[in-house]
Design a protein around this ligand. Structure first.
Ligand code: PDD
Length: 289
């Protein structure tokens, strides 16, 4: 049997149901996290839980559990579902109340849900790299909140997929922001550049790990806005996310990045990243398949 966490209780996954008037369902009034699991252990868990709490706080939802309690519940969920390699999806909404744009008054408890998804590391793509398209970033101006409102992201990702591509790289005018579900990096003359973490992008946990790895390994790294022109002239491009790790981008809108192969610095960062996973979660037997 598969289990899910619903409002602090671990129950049969098929019994975990929310009301039709749950505000997450009706308004996207909530926030979420995706946490990677390797060898049955959660990678960068504290960072994810802190971001979860920050996202919730920034829209005025108070999570009724401490970080320690959430950690214990997620660990129990992993054990019960015997998840070795995959993801935890967790979300909190403002709860169930008669439909009204205004926040409900009174004591409406948030709805908090978590469940597990089996999934191996994307080894083929990590090795060969992926293609991307460019698309205008039509999202709101609080992309730092990991909100359930993902329509802009979904439209971008769908457009990419319909053109045989893995990701849509979004830009506001001439400025590159981020992917539909990833952060974007370029490499130019040995320097790694990625958008600063402000209201226009999600402060990716993977991005932060990569920036730290650059610093620890004496790779020059800058967090600043870069332009479409810089993207077009980059020596290497890669994207990052919890599920995609350090993913080489080899072609954008049909134009190859340099030779059209993953670049050497990207390869090095992939190795450093794998070592970081192994430091936290143990040796990846069979590469984490
Ligand atoms: N998405 N930017 C956006 C818009 C994202 O949705 C994500 C992650 C990231 C990367 O963040 P992180 O490194 O913390 O995963 C950046 C998750 C994986 C998702 O929605 O499935």
């Amino acid at each position: 049997m598969e289990y899910a966490l619903l409002n602090g209780e671990i129950i049969d996954r098929s019994e975990a149901k929310v009301d039709v008037e749950d505000r997450g369902y009706q308004f996207g009034d909530g926030v979420y996290e995706v946490i990677r699991v390797y060898n049955g252990k959660m990678f960068t868990l504290t960072e994810h839980l802190k971001r979860f709490a920050n996202s919730a706080e920034s829209i005025g939802i108070s999570i009724p559990f401490s970080i320690v309690e959430l950690t214990e519940m997620l660990e129990e969920l992993l054990l019960k579902n015997n998840l070795q390699t995959g993801n935890i999806y967790m979300q909190v909404t403002r709860g169930t109340a008669p439909r009204n744009h205004l926040f409900p008054t009174g004591n409406v408890p948030p709805t908090i849900v978590a469940y597990t998804i089996k999934g191996v590391r994307p080894l083929e793509n990590l090795k060969s790299g992926v293609k991307a398209i460019l698309t205008e970033d039509i999202r709101w101006l609080r992309c730092d909140i990991k909100s359930l409102n993902l329509l802009g992201n979904l439209l971008a990702k769908q457009k990419a997929s319909e053109q045989g591509c893995f990701e849509a790289i979004q830009h506001r005018g001439q400025d590159v922001t981020e992917g539909s579900s990833s952060n974007i990096f370029i490499v130019k003359n040995g320097t790694v550049i990625t958008h600063e973490s402000n209201h226009l992008i999600l402060k990716g946990i993977t991005k932060d790990v990569i920036v730290d790895l650059c610093k620890k390994n004496n790779i020059p790294v800058l967090e600043r806005t870069f332009s479409l022109a810089e993207l077009g002239e980059a020596d290497e491009v890669f994207l990052s996310s919890t599920t995609a790790e350090v993913m080489p981008v080899i072609e954008i809108d049909g134009n190859k990045i340099k030779s059209g192969n993953p670049g050497p610095l990207t390869r090095n960062l992939q190795e450093f990243f794998k070592k970081e996973i192994e430091k936290q979660c143990g040796v990846l037997v069979n590469n984490g398949i």
